[in-house]
Design a protein around this ligand. Structure first.
Ligand code: PHE
Length: 346
């Protein structure tokens, strides 16, 4: 029987050499590997053998089968290749026809501006870092000089994570701003610190044309010896002009955030009306673009920085608002509504 197997093998391989098309290849397959093929017959005959013989011959038959199958696939591929080149040669396939167009995606407008803004600060020596969107109360509020029950918490409508400690507190939330990263960065480094932090933030808010429950902020933090309000002003002035045009004027006014002292709000003169007053600037001639201030001594103390040696400034801006201003977009809900007619414009 082993001899028979050997014969089948040589015969099959020899015949395969003269197979010239896919149809005769199929005939060959049926003849040797088919349900009533020669090899199958041998395998069927195994039943009448003793156990020992069956083992030897069965193994050998399976080997031959695997070999023939491998040859079959090889031949099939070769024949297909050949047929394809023949049809090109005969002009049955017109290779000059245009192909199927590949759809090409693009970066989301938010991603584009986040990169542009970060690049402006990187050029001034800042590093880009990112942090968690699910945050502890400690980082989002407490370490930022906002203790429990402090009324300033109302400035951020908070989405709490449904997680309670044994004492019934809910210490976990979706960060309402990127400011918690001020603390995380300072905890793990010593001055000098220069970072910008882009990322998503969340608010418990009904959505309308100017409010979303998820949006992007970019935080900035610089801490070192001898940093003053003049550094804050110079840095943000430079930034505003890079992003909104060299002729921009900036205006700093007092504002309140618990983690800075003094706190300021930064506005640029309206680039649409040049300060005369229009729809974009609400007839005021000025457009507010971010909150900022000198890092509060309590915040520095909390992370073990000596406020008599180190000072710093921080700022936070809302990314979508800036894009809306830049391109005259009047509804923030367009950003994450997944309407390609909107997104393809960027
Ligand atoms: N985190 C503040 C907000 O979301 C903005 C801010 C950041 C203000 C840093 C001052 C300094 O409203």
């Amino acid at each position: 029987m082993l001899k028979k197997l050997d014969e089948i093998k040589s015969k099959a391989i020899l015949e395969l050499g003269s197979v010239g098309g896919l149809n005769s290849l199929e005939d060959w397959r049926v003849r040797y590997l088919g349900r009533k093929g020669e090899l199958t017959n041998v395998l069927r005959g195994l039943a009448s053998l003793s156990l020992d013989e069956r083992k030897v011959i069965g193994a050998s038959a399976n080997e031959v089968k695997a070999l023939l199958e491998a040859h079959l696939e090889q031949k099939r591929a070769a024949l297909k290749e050949h047929e394809l080149s023949m049809s090109i040669e005969l002009g049955r396939i017109d290779v000059t026809l245009p192909g199927h167009p590949l759809p090409c995606g693009r970066l989301h407008p938010t991603t584009q501006i986040v990169r542009e803004i970060c690049a402006a600060f990187v050029a001034m020596g800042f590093q880009v870092v990112e942090g968690p969107e699910v945050e502890w109360d400690y980082y989002n509020f407490e370490a930022l000089n906002i203790p429990p029950y402090h009324p300033a918490r109302d400035m951020w409508a908070t989405l709490w994570i449904d997680y309670e400690t044994e004492t019934g507190e809910r210490p976990m939330l979706l960060r309402t701003h990127t400011s918690p990263m001020q603390i995380r960065v300072m905890e793990r480094t010593r001055p000098p610190v220069r970072v910008v932090v882009p990322g998503k933030v969340y608010r418990y808010e009904a959505t309308d044309a100017t409010h979303e429950s998820m949006f992007y902020q970019i935080e900035g933090l610089a801490v070192d010896e001898n940093i003053t309000l003049a550094d804050l002003k110079g840095t943000l002035y430079e930034f505003a002009r890079r992003l909104f045009g060299q002729e921009r004027k900036v205006r700093f006014r007092c504002d309140y955030f618990p983690f800075v002292e003094p706190g300021v709000e930064l506005a640029i003169d309206c680039f649409l009306c040049g300060g005369r007053g229009c729809r974009v600037c609400n007839e005021t001639g000025w457009i507010e673009i971010m909150g900022a201030g000198m890092v509060h001594p309590n915040v520095l103390k909390r992370v073990g920085y000596d406020p008599s040696i180190y000072t710093g400034f921080a700022f936070g801006l809302g990314v979508e608002r800036i894009i809306m201003l830049k391109y005259g977009i009047d509804d923030i809900r367009l950003f994450y509504g997944n309407d390609l007619r909107f997104l393809r414009q960027f």
